[in-house]
Write a new protein. Structure first.
Length: 250
């Protein structure tokens, strides 16, 4: 069984629980906000004001962050980066506890779907630091789950993540909030992530054991949720790689 839009749906998004970029990094320059309206300006400035809070966390996870930079290099991820992602560096997000993607209201460009909401039972997020690059793993599309997991394992060794750090696809809740937070911060809420016609697998399963996948849907920036079998090498279905780290008290 391949991707079926019949089981598609979506979840809500709380703009007060945005992923927060943690780039207190060398080349940071405060962006020009003159073109933004008051609502967007408030959202962006809130993030900018909080960036400095993450310096101790970056120091604590320096080995992981350095490995993620090497991962960015494997993707050739140097162009069209947001201001909070200097060339060669990743988008680091802080995910607050208690986020759900099961709100049936339509927010932030998410398509709602009662059928998918009824199928998926997923715990809320915990306070954590997430390492993620907003680009599919190279050549990961049209592969089954086992192959994609082997690709993640190979990248883990290649970039030299510390022992005990195991990346994954990322849950549907996590990826939804990462994507929407990234799009809000770049100012392009209609950007298709993953690209139009592409989907990515998540760690989330529905009650029938089908893996929840998210994608660009109709190409208008909406995020669509669909189901797919793990043994299917479905055309256009790839994966991200995420690493979730506990957020220490500082």
């Amino acid at each position: 069984m391949g991707i079926s839009s019949g089981s598609g749906g979506g979840r809500g998004f709380d703009p007060d629980n945005l992923p927060v970029p943690t780039d207190v990094l060398r080349d940071y320059q405060k962006p020009d906000y003159s073109h933004l309206n008051a609502v967007d300006l408030k959202a962006r400035m809130r993030v900018v004001e909080r960036i400095g809070d993450f310096s101790p966390i970056l120091d604590l996870y320096r080995a992981e962050v350095d490995a993620w930079r090497r991962y960015a290099d494997t993707l050739g991820y140097f162009e069209d980066l947001a201001w909070m992602v200097p060339p060669g560096l990743t988008l680091d997000g802080a995910i607050k506890a208690g986020l759900f993607t099961k709100n049936p209201e339509k927010k932030g460009g998410i398509q709602t779907g009662e059928e998918m909401l009824a199928l998926v039972q997923e715990p809320p997020t915990t306070d954590s630091i997430v390492l993620w690059i907003p680009q599919m793993i190279d050549n990961s599309d049209s592969k089954d789950v086992a192959t994609q997991q082997r690709m993640i394992g190979g990248l883990t060794q290649q970039v030299g993540l510390p022992a005990g750090r195991t990346p994954s696809f990322g849950s549907a809740t996590l990826l939804t909030n990462l994507i929407l937070g990234y799009r809000r911060e770049t100012g392009n809420m209609e950007e298709n992530m993953p690209p139009k016609g592409k989907f990515v697998r998540t760690d989330t399963l529905d009650k029938d054991g089908h893996r929840v996948c998210i994608g660009g849907g109709s190409g208008n920036g909406n995020i669509w949720f669909v189901g797919d079998r793990d043994d299917q090498a479905t055309f256009g279905l790839g994966c991200y790689m995420t690493l979730t780290l506990p957020r220490p008290k500082i």
